[in-house]
Design a protein around this ligand. Structure first.
Ligand SMILES: [Zn+2]
Length: 502
């Protein structure tokens, strides 16, 4: 996400484990023909070179079937989640986030029935219905699987971006349905089930990688955009159509229904990129497409490959922030397309870098937001360096320096590891984005250009599709430089030492 600072002041918010058992696993080994149909369908979401990633881990599987009613901004659906207990403890309750019930979403998400392994189960909710816990009919032991099925209804607000989170809202031709379904809570080492109340400062979603197979039923006349790729699209007799998407390994499944927007598209490194813009902003739409393909291209080179077949940029009414990242999709505030400055470019680059920092490499956005936001902010600088715009890169850096300096002058400095809940009084953006970006600049100065580059690539390679914490980033950096960085980490991340501003 981008919430901005300063000069242009505002905000961006923004293992290999054994292959899963095939459904035909009792067949003889000659089963080179053994095909898991769920996995086979997922291949369409990946660039061909990365199809093998699909069997890299035993990810949870979501199958979602929904009907959209755009007139009433309502959806009805069914969800099945096949999950494996990958922790060390027995589960007696399985927790799901119901994000639309948070006041910032201004909507509703209600679970109307719940079964585990076919057995109806009782449930309870927490924190204003933003979490639902399903009581398991048996203990789910480490390594065990369970199949959770729920029916649900959801409702979104209209023209609400001035007062609520614009990514769950119908406005400016975009019915954006971020987090519209029950999303399995993470089991976080050291925390347990993530049943913390949501802190509205920064990004909401904390989730693990999963595979999604989603079928959407909607009236004709709407374009659908999602975290996945469409593998079926057929007309129904009643003036509606049905589209089925598969996601590949993604951290959540984003969905939007668009009406009246135009699209332009291009390809970069085997990924099809589409930019959706309002009718009056065609030229800026072409520009947004060029920025997006350039950013994906340079980040592919510099961080490691974006492995998915599709990527979309949507012009949307976010109003209270500049951009918002989702797996495979970014939303960009509509007014940035009409400005005569670098903000559209900077915002698109920032949000696209989240495909690596948040998407591929996951972290606890409600606990250690600096891990993704700090590196996404520093990626703005890398983007301008890599595209030959060194003066703009320096301007970005100077903006972060000035923001952090002012934070220090007013006595607001805090360790990077401070959770968003502890960063009140306007300290969230200066600490997480500005100080966060400067930490990566300090790291680069300390270990040198080559080791910093090795760190970025090695970090993605080792943490891809996983969730990391601060010490994991430290280890990746120390591995890249073959040196001890504990003092740097201590001064910036763990304590609020008055560090030299790099
Ligand atoms: Zn961000």
């Amino acid at each position: 996400m981008i919430r901005l600072l300063l000069l242009f002041v505002i905000a961006w918010n923004c293992i290999a484990t054994p292959a899963p058992p095939s459904v035909f696993r009792d067949e003889p080994p000659a089963a080179a023909t053994t095909i898991d149909p769920f996995i086979a369908a997922q291949a369409a979401a990946m660039r061909p070179e990365y199809v093998a990633d699909l069997t890299q881990a035993d990810w949870d599987r979501y199958t979602i079937d929904i009907q959209l009613d755009p007139d009433r901004l309502r959806l009805d659906g069914q969800i099945t989640v096949v999950l494996t207990n990958q922790t060390e403890i027995n589960f007696d309750t399985i927790w799901f986030h119901l994000y639309p019930n948070h006041p910032d979403f201004g909507g509703r998400l209600d679970v109307t029935s719940a079964h585990i392994d076919g057995i109806p189960v009782p449930s309870r909710t927490l924190h204003g219905d933003t979490l639902i816990g399903l009581v398991t009919p048996r203990l789910i032991a480490p390594g065990d699987r369970a199949t959770v099925t729920m029916t649900f209804t959801a409702h979104a607000p209209r023209n609400a971006s001035r007062r609520t989170f614009g990514a769950y809202n119908m406005e400016a031709g975009v019915w954006s349905l971020a987090s519209f379904y029950p999303l399995l809570a993470r089991y976080i080492p050291g925390i347990g089930w993530d049943t913390r109340p949501i802190v509205a400062r920064g990004d909401f979603t904390v989730s693990a990688i999963a595979l999604y197979d989603v079928t959407v039923n909607i009236p004709f006349g709407w374009d659908l955009v999602s975290s996945g790729s469409a593998i079926e699209d057929r007309g129904l007799a009643d003036g509606r159509r049905q589209v089925r998407f598969v996601s590949g390994p993604q951290r959540e499944f984003y969905l939007a229904a668009l009406q009246g927007l135009q699209q332009v598209s291009a390809s970069i490194d085997g990924t099809h990129v589409i930019s959706y813009v309002q009718a009056g902003d065609t030229a800026a739409g072409e520009r947004s497409l060029a920025i997006a393909t350039t950013a994906l291209g340079v980040f592919n080179q510099h961080f490691g490959a974006y492995p998915y077949a599709e990527f979309e940029v949507i012009q949307a009414a976010l109003t209270q922030f500049y951009g918002m990242e989702y797996p495979g999709v970014v939303l960009i505030e509509q007014n940035l397309y009409r400005r005569d400055d670098r903000l559209l470019e900077t915002t698109i680059a920032h949000e696209i870098s989240h495909q690596w920092w948040y998407g591929l490499v996951g972290n606890d956005a409600q606990g250690e937001a600096w891990l993704d936001e700090g590196l996404a902010s520093y990626s703005q600088i890398l983007y301008y360096e890599l595209t030959g715009e060194s003066a703009q890169a320096e301007a970005e850096l100077n903006a972060f320096r000035a923001t952090y300096r002012r934070l220090r002058e007013r006595g607001g400095d805090a360790p990077l590891a401070t959770p968003p809940s502890g960063l009140s009084n306007g300290r969230y953006v200066p600490v997480v984005y500005a100080k966060g970006a400067l930490f990566f600049h300090a790291l680069r100065q300390r270990i040198g250009e080559e080791a910093f580059q090795r760190f970025l690539v090695g970090y993605v390679e080792s943490a891809r599709y996983r969730e990391i914490a601060g010490p994991d980033l430290l280890r990746a950096a120390e591995q890249a430089c073959a040196c001890d960085l504990s003092d740097l980490f201590q001064d910036w991340v763990v304590s609020a030492t008055a560090v030299a501003i790099p």
